[in-house]
Design a protein around this ligand. Structure first.
Ligand SMILES: O=C(CO)[C@H](O)[C@H](O)COP(=O)(O)O
Length: 208
């Protein structure tokens, strides 16, 4: 299981610095959508330059214009890009095809999809499927990701959205390949200690 550190609502310098504080305890580093929107591909380039051995995910949340956006982020050094599950099949296919050319990967964000919409994504089985509770649902609706089952179990899965040390264990029922954690590390009083505890939890789950 990989821990993905999600870096949002920060400057590039702050994001690089936080990633440096916890790099020993995280596996993947996400350049959050907010960084990409505010600073563009420079945020991805600088993260990859500083952490060349980490898997860098560009949280593009692509919904159209797939080939162009996929090339942008893979040329900038991203190892993984995200596409919205709500996008047309043509968009998702173009992301996967472009990722294949670059030998990189695609994560499909399942944000706010119905079960019937999710079902239509099952054939994209080379992608990583991310069960996600949005920032707005967290901040305005008090929700967080506490999912105990998913139709994507058995495929490559990620989980995201307000995950904390307290909710970590429940999500392990899904056997995710990637657990995405933002605020529980970036806003912790002691980030290194928080990341280290989360890493320990992920190791405990692996031996079960
Ligand atoms: O993709 C995101 C927001 O759309 C975040 O990166 C993701 O939700 C993880 O952050 P947090 O743990 O703070 O919810």
């Amino acid at each position: 299981m990989n821990i993905q550190l999600a870096l949002d609502r920060l400057t590039i310098e702050e994001a690089v610095s936080i990633a440096g504080e916890v790099e020993g305890d995280v596996d993947w580093i996400e350049v959050g959508t907010s960084l990409i929107k505010e600073f563009g591909m420079d945020s991805v380039k600088r993260m990859k330059a500083r952490f060349p051995n980490k898997t860098i995910l560009a949280d593009m949340k692509t919904i159209d214009n797939a080939k162009y956006e996929a090339e942008l982020c893979f040329e900038a050094g991203a190892d993984v890009m995200t596409v919205m599950g709500a996008a047309s099949p043509a968009t998702i296919e173009a992301c996967l095809e472009t990722a294949g050319k670059y030998k990189r990967e695609v994560m499909i964000d399942l944000l706010h999809l119905s079960d019937s919409q999710k079902e239509k994504l099952l054939p994209f089985e080379t992608a990583i499927f991310c069960e996600h509770v949005s920032k707005d649902e967290q901040e305005m609706g008090g929700q967080k990701n506490e999912l105990a089952r998913s139709m994507f179990q058995g495929l490559r899965m990620a989980v995201a959205g307000g995950i904390t040390e307290a909710s970590f264990n429940k999500l392990q029922m899904l056997r995710p390949e990637v657990v995405i954690i933002g605020s529980a590390i970036t806003k912790a009083a002691d980030r290194k200690a928080a990341a280290s505890r989360l890493k320990q939890l992920s190791k405990q789950e692996e031996v079960k």
